[in-house]
Design a protein around this ligand. Sequence first.
Ligand SMILES: [Fe+2]
Ligand SMILES: [Fe+2]
Length: 288
Amino acid sequence: MRILFLGDIVGRSGRSAALDALPGLRRDLKLDFVVVNGENAAHGFGITPKICTDFYEAGADALTTGNHVWDQRELISYIDGDARLVRPANFPKGTPGRGAAEISLPDGRKVLVVQVMGRLFLEPLDDPFQALEDILSRYRLGATIAAIVVDVHAEATSEKMALGHAFDGRVSLVVGSHSHVPTADAQVLPGGTAYLTDAGMCGDYDSVIGMGKDVAISRFTRRVPGDRLTPADGEATLCGVFVETDDRSGRALSVAPLRIGGRLRQAFPEGWRNTKAFRGDSVPPYPP
Ligand SMILES: [Fe+2]
Ligand SMILES: [Fe+2]
């Protein structure tokens, strides 16, 4: 199975770049399944039902969120009715929404999408390792489920890496989100799980993790309430990871980072270069 995960969509810049590119990516990479982290899609804070619909229409099969899941209040009443929208599984019992979504492809194959949130440098939550263990106890990779994608929404690289190794061989992909900066450690772990510490954001990298620089800087340099953070609006780099899995085992055959457009050094999974929207000289040289 050919799977793409796109990291945190930040604001209009990230949103429109991702929505524009998804149909072409689906076609050119022959994607079977697409997961998008949408926690910052609505002006940097949360996601709305309308944006969820836009992403499904553009080719996302599932959406994940994170600590910003409730920033747009309308999501609280919406989330239970959207079977493809996932929030962290280790939120307290009684929280609306689901931490795992089982999604059937048109050909009958099933994919499980799970999100857990880290506890280091974030709000207190239940144990993400135990939460994932509880969910996985209901599945057997390669038997009852063709692929399992785990979005680890966490600040600390160590916590993400520990989760990757703890579940190596039992899931298809462990990919980090939340830091908004892509890491360079994409690999297939010894047990067969594809791993990347952070996918990076889909947003304007001439920014402080997607937000306008001046307000972001003044938050560090002055101890007075300042202007509200707003997303930077320059050209976005789409950041994510492409994984190919073996349907019989559910384990990864290969993993490749994806970085398209904007300011970052470009990285294309094999076979993608023919995509019309970003072909040839529209790809900026590196360094710029
Ligand atoms: Fe985020
Ligand atoms: Fe986050």
